[in-house]
Design a protein around this ligand. Structure first.
Ligand SMILES: Nc1nc2c(ncn2[C@@H]2O[C@H](COP(=O)(O)OP(=O)(O)OP(=O)(O)O)[C@@H](O)[C@H]2O)c(=O)[nH]1
Ligand SMILES: [Mg+2]
Length: 220
């Protein structure tokens, strides 16, 4: 099956349909992806993961697990399998999606490579706290050096927009060296402002990444 750039540009006509009728017998149109939440310590990766788990309540293949330290920091990873259907020009795909989060703690750096292994798409969770600019930059550089050579699609969420004192989206883009425009030609946003704690923009972000991942898959 071939996908054209045009399809991606018309991607608002496509649907990442979240439906319960996942067909286990339809092995031909079954695809498995791995999505990783990446970012500096305490930026909200696990919070995104929990909101996602709540929203996909009926469709979980597993209950998921979180391996945390006693202070609620991610020690190893959070992990969950989601099932959903994706329709493209009347072809329906059954998607099995493995969602994991990395630990942002620098002292556990070595576990991150393991968690990232085999990723099909990455969501970078940045922190809006102006004191976290350096952590955001360091973590983003790490992500780019991993994802760019392997052509793994990623998108950027700027979380904690509800904080009293936040970095402006523009300043954030400048600090990471991102384009200043709102969207890329394919219609995805350069930065997704979010409040993971309230679940704001968590699902939208995930769905947009799924579209990028699916197109990347068919491009190969
Ligand atoms: N104000 C605010 N706080 C948030 C938001 N999202 C997450 N937090 C808080 O930020 C803290 C860290 O959140 P986590 O989701 O555990 O962060 P993490 O990125 O998984 O952290 P590590 O696993 O330690 O790297 C928690 O106290 C969350 O409640 C948000 O949108 N707004
Ligand atoms: Mg975590």
């Amino acid at each position: 099956m071939e996908l054209e750039q045009e399809d991606l540009e018309n991607s608002d006509k496509l649907k990442v349909e979240v439906s319960e009728d996942f067909d286990f017998n339809d092995s031909q149109n079954m695809i498995q992806f791995k999505i990783v939440y990446w970012g500096p310590g305490e930026s909200g990766k696990t919070t995104n993961f929990f909101r996602l788990r709540e929203k996909f309540d009926l469709l979980k293949l597993t209950r998921g697990y979180s391996i945390e330290t006693t202070e609620g920091r991610t020690l190893w990873e959070d992990s969950l399998y989601l099932l959903f259907k994706f329709a493209l020009h009347d072809v329906r795909f059954n998607i099995i999606c493995h969602v994991v989060t990395c630990t942002g703690q620098e002292r556990f750096l070595s576990t991150r490579e393991y968690v990232l292994d085999g990723a099909d798409g990455i969501i970078f969770i940045a922190d809006s706290d102006p004191d976290k600019i350096e952590q955001n930059k360091r973590s983003f550089r790490e992500l780019v050096s991993f994802a760019k050579p392997k052509h793994i699609p990623y998108l950027i969420q700027l979380n904690k927009r509800d904080l009293k004192d936040v970095i402006s989206v523009k300043e954030f883009k400048v600090s990471l060296g991102l384009p200043l425009q709102e969207t890329y030609p394919d219609g995805t946003s350069v930065v997704y402002p979010a409040e993971a704690i309230q679940g704001k923009n968590v699902i939208e972000c995930f769905k947009d990444l799924m579209l990028l991942v699916i197109f990347n898959y068919f491009k190969e």
